[in-house]
Design a binder for this molecule. Sequence first.
Ligand code: XBP
Ligand code: MG
Length: 259
Amino acid sequence: MTQSLSALIWDVDGTLADTERDGHRVAFNEAFAEAGLDWHWSEERYAGLLAVTGGKERIRYFLQQDAPTFEPPEDMDAFVADLHARKTARFAAMLAEGRIPLRPGVERLLQEARSSGVRLAIATTTSPANVEGLLRANLGEAAIGWFQVIGAGDVVPDKKPAPDIYHHVLEGLDLSPAECLAIEDSGHGIAAARGAGIGTVVTVNGYTADEDFTGALAVLDHLGEPGQPCRTLRGEGPDQGLVTLGWLQALHERCAAQS
Ligand code: XBP
Ligand code: MG
């Protein structure tokens, strides 16, 4: 007997919203300027830095790659933590100004899930404050409560592509991987979800379109809206270019039947 779809587990950066190029990257650069550092992450350089998940980890990776002789004014942990806190404050301001909208189809699908009793959760590398800020700015304060579990940031030791954050969320939901589907945008993301045994639908973005999505149930350019159909890049896509809850439930059933 195949299990029905009980929960949708959402990634945040690149999935709920296109946050990297015009959000996090800009906030990092503003934080560097605020700290009196002459560093600047261009769109191209940031593409390379996305090889590492986690903002603090990404600063360290940049230092290793681009400024190996850089001597921080204080111990490196404190320096990185301070810089990242400045960046998070800048990002929060951008969110509050409404500069980071949700991607096509996200709000529609969240509402469909809510009205059908399919549970919602989040599995992300970014900090909890960024998740709440994004939801609050785009859907209102109450939307934070729509998600039964918000697994974010440093709550787990190893970040994506490690499956830890998905294990954490499954535990919080008290569900098995087979009862869930994940929605992700990146190679690291699908590796994490698949590592936890969760079927995954991918919506790519400008930074992730060419990444490795081995094992994806479907790879799309977004979730689609009436009048703005999504394109199927790999696997089987939804009719009329609209990812609906019904389509996800059918996809989940087919995938459960095959496994
Ligand atoms: C993607 C990430 C995050 C963000 C920056 O997260 O790697 O680190 O780039 O956010 P997701 P922080 O799992 O949602 O795709 O600076 O808060 O880490
Ligand atoms: Mg992502």
